[in-house]
Design a protein around this ligand. Structure first.
Ligand SMILES: Nc1ncnc2c1ncn2[C@@H]1O[C@H](COP(=O)(O)OP(=O)(O)OP(=O)(O)O)[C@@H](O)[C@H]1O
Length: 469
């Protein structure tokens, strides 16, 4: 406010106006408080006093403002001489709209500050407050969901199977959970490596901390580094220019599951090794290092010995990861667990789809037991789900799986193969193999390519040629 002192009426007007202004503020606001240059309370009106839960103004006078209002920014205003015109301040369970203004003496020097608590007396601020509390609720809900998402979904009881091979896996997993060391899970696709990683985490001392999974094969090479280690603001242009936390930071205190660790580019392997040795990460484009405390569970479905021999996997990284390894048996080697696995899967399918719970006849079980399951438990679940969707019968019979099990069907048609031009026969064989691999991988192309022993790019190329899209 500026007063024109050369105007003879101004002094009088000021004299009259100031008390009126304070009176108005008193009526309009929830509370007013003033501090001196040391941010000690020098004045507080009755409303503010009540709001703060005091009855005697003397009990507040001379005390540091933060002692009474922990979130107060009055000290900042006194120090900077700059007002904070509109702000939201949390006090207890309530949020207030506040304004803070510096007070200056005749020489222009700051002599204190006044804080005005507006709360909801200003009706036009109500939508703003409403929006703020709605956003706060949404934030709390999102945080809750995020925490839930980072909790492991599986425990050791989720690993179904009582065959000697399965019991051995569970025994080793229990031991790994207690030891807390780095674990390397080996096994074909769909054998339950991620399930077991979650189960180990859930039984370990880190169970209440996050479980973060990252699949090296599913992330484009250019993004792997920032995905793992994070990126500083400005390290990128475009969508990520604000910077991002890497998976290592997100997993701090908990477990990081490195899936398909055998498929990582060598350059990332070198960086990963350094992080594992130093227990600190340097986000992309930043020169600061962040300390991380992360337990690693790595998994791979490729032959690591071969990858080492071919130079695709660094030997030092392999030794660092291969502290305690658990090999998960393929389904065909623990076929005794087939019935229990089917029971569990059919139960879950019924729950998820709302359809009636199906059963398998002994003949159906026998048919399933005769298949070699290259996609393991994942493929088994997909096959059962398809059979449930294709049939209305409460009991699924062997015939229900005839068209669904790819290799059995292929073997049968192979027996009565007709003579045809070689190119056609090769195309038909390729089509059959790709369809079988896609079925085994539950439609996941990266996995299907791995099962076929070709790159993802080649798979796409062949699928386009054979019009399989
Ligand atoms: N022993 C098991 N008991 C119950 N469900 C299982 C078991 N093994 C695997 N599954 C189920 O099979 C599916 C695939 O498992 P998971 O993703 O853990 O396999 P994976 O070995 O990590 O596969 P990939 O190598 O392809 O990533 C999941 O739905 C999982 O719940």
């Amino acid at each position: 406010m500026h007063w024109f002192t050369e105007n003879p009426g101004a002094g009088g007007l000021r004299h009259l106006a100031i008390p009126k202004l304070l009176e108005r503020l008193d009526a309009l606001c929830e509370g007013t408080i003033a501090v001196d240059t040391e941010a000690r309370i020098v004045w507080c009106n009755d409303k503010y006093l009540q709001m703060l839960g005091y009855s005697d103004p003397q009990s507040l006078l001379g005390r540091d403002v933060e002692e009474i209002i922990p979130n107060s920014l009055m000290r900042q205003v006194v120090k900077s001489g700059e007002p904070i015109l509109l702000d939201l301040m949390a006090f207890g369970s309530e949020t207030f709209v506040v304004s803070r203004l510096p007070l200056t003496g005749p020489d222009g020097k700051v002599i204190g500050a006044v804080g005005i608590c507006l709360y909801d007396k200003l009706h036009h601020l109500k939508p703003l407050l409403g929006k703020f509390s709605q956003l706060q609720d949404e934030l709390a809900e999102t945080r809750r969901l995020l925490v839930q998402d980072r909790r492991p979904r599986y425990t050791l009881a989720s690993y179904v199977g009582n065959s000697p091979a399965s019991l051995d896996v569970k025994r080793q997993a229990r031991r790994a959970a207690q030891l807390g060391s780095t674990v390397l899970l080996l096994g074909e696709t769909g054998t339950g490596k991620e399930l077991l990683a979650q189960a180990i985490h859930a039984s370990s001392a880190r169970a209440s901390q996050p479980f973060i999974a990252v699949n090296a094969a599913a992330i484009p090479e250019a993004l792997l580094e920032s995905e793992f280690f994070g990126a500083a603001p400005g390290a990128y242009t475009g969508a990520d220019k604000r910077g991002r936390d890497g998976k290592f930071k997100l997993a701090h205190g908990g477990t990081l599951f490195l899936d398909e660790v055998g498929d990582m580019p060598l350059q990332i392997q070198a960086k990963l090794l350094r992080v594992l040795q130093e227990q600190e990460v340097e986000p992309l484009g930043s020169n600061k290092v962040i300390k991380v405390d992360v337990r690693i569970i790595a998994a791979t479905s490729i032959d690591l010995v071969q990858a080492l021999a071919q130079g695709r996997l660094r030997r030092d990284l392999y030794y660092r990861l291969n502290v305690l390894s658990i090999t998960l048996p393929p389904l065909r080697e623990r076929i005794a667990d087939l019935e229990a696995l089917c029971e569990g899967a059919l139960e879950q399918i019924a729950e998820r789809t709302g359809m009636a719970r199906r059963e398998l006849t002994p003949g159906a079980l026998q048919r399933l037991g005769g298949y070699d399951w290259p996609g393991n438990v994942r493929e088994l679940r997909n096959v059962l789900e398809k059979a449930v969707l294709h049939s209305d019968n409460r009991r699924l019979v062997a015939d229900d799986f005839d068209t669904i099990l790819p290799r059995l069907a292929a073997a049968r048609t192979g027996a009565s193969a007709v003579v045809q031009p070689l190119a056609q026969a090769v195309a038909a064989a390729e089509r059959g193999a790709i369809e079988a691999a896609l079925a085994a991988a539950g439609g996941k192309k990266t996995e299907a390519a791995r099962l076929l022993g070709i790159s993802r790019a080649t798979l796409y190329e062949k699928m386009a040629l054979l019009q399989l899209f």
